[in-house]
Design a protein around this ligand. Structure first.
Ligand SMILES: C[S@@+](CC[C@H](N)C(=O)[O-])C[C@H]1O[C@@H](n2cnc3c(N)ncnc32)[C@H](O)[C@@H]1O
Length: 271
């Protein structure tokens, strides 16, 4: 047992983090929580982890910082290309057909758990490239990590982070600057970055597509179901949900229907 984070404190922190974010810490990833707490205790200039717990009870900003510190933010441009093939070759053509019949000329997308922005920027570049004239798009990108949202909003990525982007897209949608690449305003302006905790209702409605990839994996079953139910409420009567390729709604009591396309498996809401 660690002297820094005893069993009682571990239990207190893990239930608070779960209550506030849905993120679950099990005994196997206790060391991750411990190392992130060590850092926070030092930076917050408190003597013990117990003092830090008392502090976050009273200080909602510090609680946000802690939640940010316990997130895992790994992402990249064009992560899991099969999803983007599905998006380009199946989802967008289907939505365009459905929207043409209704006279709706806008595509609305939410990247939930967007990390540093690579996922919503990937979607925005694709949409800019493939949408026919007269059809516009709006993207909302949200995360619980303020640090990540700042990077996302800024849209500047070092050379090593743009590896998944084709040379054509890189030239067309980025400006080379110093040691990296800046996303051009024509793409940046398509996305609204927002702080949002998936524990709560986003207030978004009538969305055509939700991407929530590699986020549910950090939640337990109850928190996953609550988040998925909220996606359902946020989506239009003809819409699509993408979750991570190692995630599944199998066994979950949900109204989403499983959809196996030629490229990847996604979920649909057709009501
Ligand atoms: C591994 S990243 C996935 C990024 C991107 N979707 C992808 O697949 O590349 C997971 C993100 O989910 C965010 N996250 C975790 N719990 C969250 C919550 N309760 N509300 C909002 N975002 C959350 C984390 O901050 C992190 O940036």
């Amino acid at each position: 047992m660690s002297e820094f984070l005893g069993d009682v404190d571990f239990e207190k922190f893990r239930s608070l983090i779960y209550k506030e974010s849905g993120i679950t810490f099990s005994d196997t990833n206790r060391t991750i929580l411990e190392s992130r707490l060590r850092e926070r205790v030092k930076l917050a200039a408190v003597a013990t982890v117990g003092d830090y717990y008392n502090r976050i009870q009273k200080d909602s900003e510090e609680l946000k910082v802690l939640l940010d510190a316990v997130t895992t933010n790994l992402t990249r441009f064009f992560r899991n290309t099969a999803h983007f093939d599905t998006f380009i070759k199946f989802v967008i053509p289907d939505l365009l057909k459905c929207k043409a019949a209704k006279g709706d000329r806008e595509i609305r997308i939410w990247s939930a758990g967007c990390s540093t922005g690579e996922e919503p920027y990937t979607l925005a570049m694709i949409l800019k490239d493939i949408l026919p004239a007269g059809i516009s798009c709006k993207l909302v990108a949200s995360d619980i990590s303020l640090k990540c949202l700042i990077t996302g909003k800024e849209g500047f990525y070092p050379e090593t982070r743009v590896e998944g982007i084709s040379p054509q897209y890189l030239t067309r949608f980025f400006e080379k600057k110093g040691g990296g690449y800046q996303v051009k305003d024509e793409i940046r302006n398509l996305i609204r970055f927002d702080y949002h905790n998936l524990k709560n209702d986003s207030g978004l409605r009538n969305l055509d597509v939700v991407f929530c990839r590699n986020v549910l994996i950090y939640f337990d079953e109850a928190a996953q179901k609550a988040a998925v139910d909220r996606f359902w409420d946020a989506m239009s009567g003809h819409s699509f949900l993408f979750i991570g390729h190692s995630e599944s709604l199998f066994g979950m009591d949900t109204k989403f229907e499983f959809l196996k396309t030629e490229w990847a498996c996604i979920y649909k809401k057709f009501v």
